[in-house]
Design a protein around this ligand. Structure first.
Ligand code: SAH
Ligand code: MG
Length: 207
């Protein structure tokens, strides 16, 4: 299944907006979701009839725009970097999605989450070392069909390897801590998938 040709035909991005946003991101080293990861996310949205989404980490708005183009969802997305926020604003405007994507210019750890509406899906894709904090802060907003997806958990499989760089090693330790924490988290069924850069899917238990 991992034949490169199969990968290509399965992942071909056809929407022009998305193609040019991805090109911009690659040229400017903005860490947007992989195409495989995005397809996975879009499948979850379809399969679970997701209508409302909270995203932590907007960057240039790529993932929000991609999800909104694929399904009739409303997205609130939070970004703390002014340059990113400004670009995301323009990109959302140019895609005519302002009525379905709200961008908050704030640090997600400082948002008063009680002012936000409940959501069906939370996509955590911001500072990797803070994923536990984001999870605990925002899980209170989940509806009954709630799902939390977290991105960048396997870091191109570096987590398992020996890493020399000290900062990277510390980051990997924190990601590893999140991975262990999230799979044992009570109240959810969680799996970590080797898709894109590694994604966890936590489905809120109904019992
Ligand atoms: N979801 C985007 C990529 C996000 S990259 C996509 O796939 O298209 C991660 C972003 O999270 C960066 O732009 C970074 O500025 C932002 N970020 C990191 N920590 C944050 C925080 N505490 N609050 C809000 N945004 C944060
Ligand atoms: Mg990511």
């Amino acid at each position: 299944m991992s034949h490169p040709y199969l990968k290509k035909i399965n992942n071909k991005e056809t929407n022009q907006t998305l193609v040019s946003l991805r090109m911009f991101a690659e040229q400017n080293k903005v860490p947007i979701i992989t195409e495989t990861g995005l397809n996975f996310l879009n499948q979850i949205i379809k399969l679970r009839n997701i209508e409302t989404i909270l995203e932590i980490g907007t960057a240039i708005g790529y993932s929000s725009i991609a999800m909104a183009l694929k399904a009739d969802v409303h997205i609130t997305t939070i970004e703390r970097d002014k340059k990113m926020f400004d670009m995301a604003k323009i990109n959302v405007h140019n895609s005519n999605l302002e009525d379905r994507i709200d961008i908050l210019f704030m640090d997600a750890l400082e948002v008063d989450e009680t002012t936000l509406d409940k959501v069906d899906l939370i996509f955590i894709d911001a500072a990797k070392a803070q994923s536990i904090k984001f999870f605990e802060k925002y899980e209170t907003l989940l509806t009954d069909k709630g799902i939390i997806v977290t991105d960048n958990l396997l870091f191109h499989n570096l987590v398992d390897q020996e890493v020399k760089d000290r900062n990277l090693r510390q980051l990997l330790t924190k990601i590893d801590r999140f991975n262990k924490w999230v799979v044992q988290k009570q109240g959810y069924d969680t799996y970590i998938y080797d898709i894109g850069d590694g994604m966890s899917v936590s489905i809120k238990r109904s019992d």
